[in-house]
Write a protein that binds this ligand. Structure first.
Ligand code: ADP
Ligand code: MG
Length: 210
């Protein structure tokens, strides 16, 4: 069974994505086709609608199920990529045991590696990976430094924020934005913004409860 806290986290992700759908569409209109917010909010709301069903599963299964829902509902480039992220994190989750921060950091590593493989992409190409990659690294650094609870959360949010900002001056070489070449420079990546919003909502949720 996933905990109440994780059920609340599902709601928090759906809220932040739907509240910011217009912003994400606007960012995507500048470098792509303007549908990133609509795509993701459809998916995260579909996952939130399954909360009761997900709650009866253990963490790994719940993440894999949520990932499949994203694949079938989001569409676009982002659907398979966020789906892959969640499914791979789910596969890396320890069975039954209560999650420790180290487990979450490891799950994120596995998720990021799978997104890179699926997207044939890497950090530095103006995508969601420019947030998720640095957040994963910040997570390991924070653990190594002995940071706890809200300190870890603050470091992850700071890494996510810096990650989105860094995409502004990058030239897109993957996804629809790559068609713009140099003209993609000057706009933050919508996928990176969505990943920042997700990291922030999750960190805020966990910090509130700490
Ligand atoms: P589409 O481009 O099909 O309209 P979305 O607008 O939903 O799909 O998603 C676009 C976002 O997906 C981009 O902003 C970028 O962050 C991410 N993205 C696209 N292609 C890749 C890729 N190959 N690797 C990683 N992320 C990618
Ligand atoms: Mg798009």
């Amino acid at each position: 069974m996933i905990s109440d806290l994780f059920q609340q986290a599902i709601g928090a992700t759906a809220n932040t994505i739907s509240e910011n759908a217009a912003l994400l569409n606007e960012l995507d209109a500048a470098v792509g086709d303007g549908d990133h917010g609509s795509n993701l909010s459809r998916g995260f709301l579909a996952v939130a609608a399954q909360t009761e069903e997900l709650a009866s599963l253990d963490m790994g299964e719940a993440l894999q199920r949520a990932g499949m829902t994203l694949v079938t509902t989001v569409g676009g480039a982002a659907g398979p990529l966020y789906g892959t992220l969640l499914m791979s994190m789910g596969k890396a989750a320890p069975c039954g045991a209560l999650l420790q921060v180290q487990d979450i950091a490891f799950m994120l590593d596995q998720g990021v590696a799978a997104v890179k493989q699926r997207g044939r992409s890497d950090v530095g190409e103006k995508t969601m990976l420019d947030v998720l990659g640095p957040v994963g690294e910040a997570f390991h650094r924070a653990i190594a430094e002995g940071a706890r609870g809200s300190e870890v959360a603050a470091k992850l949010v700071a890494a996510a924020e810096a990650g989105v900002e860094a995409t502004r001056n990058m030239e897109a070489t993957k996804g629809r934005a790559a068609q713009l070449g140099e003209r993609s420079i000057g706009h933050p990546d919508p996928g990176a913004m969505a990943s920042y919003l997700l990291v922030k909502a999750l960190c805020d949720r966990f910090t509130d409860q700490a």
